[in-house]
Write a protein that binds this ligand. Structure first.
Ligand SMILES: Cc1cc2nc3c(=O)[nH]c(=O)nc-3n(C[C@H](O)[C@H](O)[C@H](O)COP(=O)(O)O)c2cc1C
Length: 185
């Protein structure tokens, strides 16, 4: 069984990650979810725990009762790492080599392909620093998915909407089945 680590960040599109985890589990993948502290303000870990059938990793310094959920083990065992929704904050942290929580630390350890699905307000998405950070990730072999244009949850219109979850699942499955499709050098 292939292992997928799903990193969930604190954006309004968090609930769409629930559908993605649900579908991946139904499709026979072992899914481990890591949530940032902000993500837990939007969706409770319990939802992802039920959908994935695995304990959700929420804190770097939780007592370790399952050795296979440390950042090193999750990263080593992953066939694919997906960050959805990816906030401007986490994109910036990864691009800057910052590892100050479980998600950014684990993704730093991971040698498997990493798919990043951004979602944010259009002004954030178009911000020069965010665009520079996305380019840095792309240049270093991370696969950053496009966003959609449309009406955003905040009421603004423009780029920055998360792709439809079905499309993200398709990308994930294509990537994991075509071995090393997005493997970084
Ligand atoms: C209601 C609400 C919605 C938000 N939506 C987004 C979003 O879609 N994308 C984003 O990058 N940040 C969004 N933020 C801001 C992030 O939650 C904030 O930058 C946070 O520090 C991100 O933490 P994380 O990257 O560790 O998950 C939102 C904040 C609030 C209060």
């Amino acid at each position: 069984m292939k292992n997928i680590v799903v990193g969930v960040c604190g954006g309004i599109a968090c609930y769409k990650a629930v559908e993605i985890v649900n579908q991946l589990k139904k499709d026979g993948y072992n899914v481990n979810v890591i949530m940032t502290k902000s993500a837990q303000e939007f969706v409770r870990p319990l939802t992802f725990q039920v959908m994935s059938g695995n304990i959700v990793v929420t804190d770097m310094f939780d007592p370790i009762d399952h050795w296979d959920t440390t950042h090193i083990d999750l990263a080593k065992n992953a066939d694919l790492f997906v960050i959805v929704p990816a906030t401007a904050n986490v994109i910036g942290k990864i691009a800057s080599g910052i590892a100050d929580d479980m998600l950014t630390t684990t993704v730093m350890v991971a040698k498997c392909p990493v798919l990043i699905a951004p979602a944010m307000n259009s002004a954030m998405y178009e911000n020069a620093f965010v665009q520079t950070n996305i380019s840095k990730l792309t240049d270093n072999g991370y696969k950053v998915l496009q966003t959609k244009e449309g009406l955003l949850a905040c009421g603004d219109e423009g780029q920055g909407k998360l792709l439809d979850w079905e499309e993200i699942v398709k990308e994930i499955k294509e990537s994991i089945e075509k071995e090393n499709k997005y493997l970084r050098s």
